[in-house]
Write a protein that binds this ligand. Structure first.
Ligand code: TRP
Length: 347
């Protein structure tokens, strides 16, 4: 963890020096609309990397949705919604590539040689898979869930990304990707490395909690979706958990719910949380919620306006995705071709 954080600082410097030497892959599962936590945690960073000049690819990880659900119904709308969220936040389809992994056959095929490079025990040690399994309350785990970190490695290596912005929970996947890259090189490309083991880029963003003080997550319904209206936003924030102390302060350890609301306002206004808390002062939870609502709606107004326009033009969203799929397919096709050559599987 500490090593990854130190490494991330070095990469930030390198990004400023030579942004074009980076190909970045990030992605989300299309399980619902993106929310404020995504915006401050990842979307803003994607746009920043794009604007620095890195080659940014954004994956709509549709196969990951069926790791733990038994239907793909409604996926089409979720996928286009995810494209709209990314573009509304500032991703530019002329510079960045948005693609869905189900549409890139070569990427999925690469999972087969990659699986051969790992033992069952190694895959089973992945902490994220273990957590997912624990969270499922003993429901049966699909074999796709078991192998999803390997699929994620295929996402990264298929397009030969060398930088993967992630949260802490995804670090083991990047580590596994590095292992696969190294083993492939040792086994099939001893004369010179073919795959470059990618680096993780750990975000500096503060982690937002959900409005109930729990982990913010689409499935818990405790988020503020980017696509929510201003009235919906006001209602969601009105229902947020606070505490009985009237004077508002910023004390994340002692007062997590109140401090989280303060932090949301601060991020939206580009101010320090302490300044927000100071301003609300003795106004109590009601005043704090009014300030947060105003700050969120103000900040998201242009993004929401863009998103509404985009959502009304599904043909355009589809064309962006098709264009991205084509580029990803060209990259992954080339990778698979060269992998097959190195493995002498060309007959
Ligand atoms: N597993 C990631 C998540 O749930 C999404 C994802 C899939 C991803 N493939 C990826 C992220 C490749 C980075 C790189 O958020």
């Amino acid at each position: 963890m500490a090593a990854a954080a130190a490494r991330s600082a070095g990469i930030e410097a390198e990004l400023r020096r030579s942004p074009r030497s980076f190909r970045v892959l990030t992605g989300d599962r299309p399980t619902g609309p993106l929310h404020l936590g995504h915006y401050f945690g990842t979307l803003q960073n994607r746009v920043r990397l794009q604007d620095l000049g890195a080659d940014v690819l954004v994956l709509v990880a549709d196969y990951q949705v069926i790791t733990d659900r038994d239907t793909s119904a409604g996926l089409g709308a979720q996928v286009l919604g995810l494209v709209a969220d990314n573009l509304a936040a500032g991703l530019d389809p002329c510079r960045a590539t948005v693609f869905a992994h189900s549409q890139v056959a070569a990427l999925n095929q690469l999972m087969l040689p990659f699986l051969s490079l790992l033992s069952v025990a190694e895959v089973g040690r992945n902490p994220t898979v273990k957590e997912e399994f624990a969270a499922s309350g003993g429901r049966v785990m699909s074999a796709l869930m078991f192998t999803y970190p390997v699929h994620q490695a295929a996402d990264i290596l298929a397009v030969r990304a060398n930088l993967v912005p992630v949260g802490k929970d995804q670090l083991p996947h990047v580590e596994l990707t590095r292992t696969i890259a190294r083993r492939f090189n040792e086994r099939y490309s001893p004369a010179g490395a073919f795959f470059t083991p990618p680096d993780a880029l750990l975000g500096a963003a503060a982690l937002l909690l959900g409005l109930d003080g729990q982990k913010m997550s689409k499935s818990r319904g405790n988020t503020i979706p980017l696509s929510a209206t201003e009235d919906e936003t006001a209602r969601l924030i009105r229902g947020a958990r606070t505490d009985a102390q009237r004077r508002i302060s910023y004390d994340p350890a002692g007062r997590p719910e109140v401090s989280n609301l303060v932090l949301i306002a601060a991020l939206c206004q580009g101010r320090s949380p302490e300044a927000v808390a100071e301003e609300v002062g003795g106004g109590g939870a009601a005043r704090l919620k009014a300030v947060v609502t105003e700050a969120v709606n103000e900040r998201l107004r242009p993004i929401r306006a863009r998103r509404r326009e985009l959502a009304a033009d599904r043909g355009y969203l589809r064309s962006v995705l098709r264009h991205g799929n084509d580029r990803a397919a060209a990259l992954a096709g080339d990778t698979l071709h060269r992998v097959s050559d190195l493995m002498r599987m060309t007959y």
